[in-house]
Design a protein around this ligand. Structure first.
Ligand code: NAD
Ligand code: DAU
Length: 353
């Protein structure tokens, strides 16, 4: 048996493939375009694993995807591939429409053609799992209940609008064509292999480099943090037991304002790698211009996946953040690889000199 996964040279996907292959003999065909966010070094641990087949390519390339489906006959396709960074979507939304909307459409069409011709038993067992985000639900005020699966979609950034569009396409391919789909909407992830354009790894690496730790606006925006391996286990569980056509929200009941996240991270660094001059890392915190259209609060109501599928996160924020800091401190070669050329250009564009 084989599964085809897309976008698994990125942060969550590379964690997923490693988690998957550590507990399953089922081979993984990994289709990734290797954009700036895709990194083969994330998959180094699988170099000699015959269960991992890496193909460089675009989810929107119908002839390539059809060929891969025919050749490997996967029992499921899991779509992680996306442009994923909100700030980049503000600078340039085009790639987000191209991959997240048009790319998902083309992928759905390739998969539909393959699935339609499967023998009845395989057709029945086949799954298309779409990995999405809580950002499609929009923003919450402080006393709103967390996002349940029934919450209406109110995306506010080009990124979240493009993910919302992809979720709608997936839903429509189920209702119209019967494609057996599952959708997951997860909150903010953190952990190993996180590209340092996102808050936690950016702050971690800036702190170690003695650079400012940029806090947008007042730093009181709330996100609901989940350790990446917990997300990966949730996806595997939804694939295994999720009800066709349903969506599952994934989160760890871990709401925190950004400033608290950054202060916690600094405190862990103070303990594990104190500054030589004895000054606390939190002294490097700097308030910068806010993100346009910045969503104030996200929070996930995870009761459905807990109740129906028996999933629960294994890490608390305190244990997960410590593991994450330790991983970055011991993986210097990876850090040097991702913070070269193109990354520096992005930092210059977003934060100035
Ligand atoms: P990422 O940016 O780290 O990785 C995305 C990967 O997709 C990269 O390897 C990239 O090369 C690949 N890719 C991009 N366009 C492609 C294309 N057209 N064809 C094939 N591959 C392509 O993203 P991530 O943070 O790992 O997120 C993975 C998925 O999870 C995304 O769909 C994202 O929306 C969703 N998600 C992310 C978070 C989070 O906190 N990071 C939370 C919830 C959901
Ligand atoms: O909620 C799930 C989403 O989480 C995913 O769908 C996205 O792919 C993922 O990137 C993430 O989006 P966010 O915009 O929440 O993540 P980011 O790490 O970019 O920012 C987290 C918070 O920190 C947000 O409120 C903005 C703020 N921030 C971010 C950066 C990069 C800062 O204050 N300073 C910064 O330099």
């Amino acid at each position: 048996m084989t599964i085809l996964v897309t976008g698994c040279a990125g942060f969550i996907g590379s964690n997923f493939v490693q988690t998957w292959l550590s507990s399953s003999n089922e081979a993984v065909v990994n289709l990734d375009k290797l954009t700036y966010a895709g990194n083969l070094a994330n998959l180094d641990a699988l170099k000699d694993d015959p269960g991992h087949i890496f193909i460089r390519g675009d989810i929107g390339d119908r002839s390539l995807v059809s060929k891969l489906l025919a050749e490997h006959q996967p029992r499921a396709v899991l779509n992680f591939a996306a442009e994923s960074h909100v700030d980049r979507s503000i600078h340039g939304p085009g790639d987000f429409i191209e991959t997240n909307v048009v790319g998902t459409f083309n992928l759905l069409e390739s998969v539909r053609a393959f699935w339609q011709d499967l023998p009845p038993a395989e057709k029945e067992a086949f799954r298309f799992l779409h990995v999405s985000t809580d950002e499609v639900y929009g923003t919450l005020s402080p006393f709103d209940p967390p996002f349940a699966e029934t919450k209406n979609y109110e995306p506010n950034s080009p990124y979240s609008a493009s993910k919302a569009a992809s979720d709608h396409l997936v839903r429509a391919w189920h209702h119209t064509y019967g494609l057996p789909v599952l959708t997951t909407n997860c909150s903010n992830n953190y952990g190993p292999y996180h590209f340092p354009e996102k808050l936690i790894p950016l702050v971690l690496l800036n702190a170690l480099a003695g650079k400012p730790l940029p806090i947008y606006g007042d730093g009181q925006q709330v996100r609901d943090w989940l350790y990446v391996e917990d997300h990966c286990r949730a996806i595997a569980r939804v694939l295994e037991a999720g009800k066709v056509g349903e969506t599952y929200n994934i989160g760890g009941w871990n709401e925190k304002p950004n400033l608290e996240v950054v202060n916690t991270l600094c405190a862990v660094l103070d303990e594990l790698k104190p500054r030589l001059d004895g000054i606390r890392y939190a002294e490097q915190i700097t308030y910068v211009k806010d993100r346009p259209g910045h969503d104030r609060r996200y929070a996930i109501d995870a009761r459905k996946i807990e109740r129906d599928l028996g999933w629960k996160p294994q890490e608390t924020f305190e244990t997960g953040i410590r593991k994450t800091v330790q991983w970055y401190l011991t993986n210097q070669a990876w850090v040097e690889g991702v913070t070269s050329g193109a990354y520096r250009q992005w930092v210059g564009k977003q934060y100035g000199a």
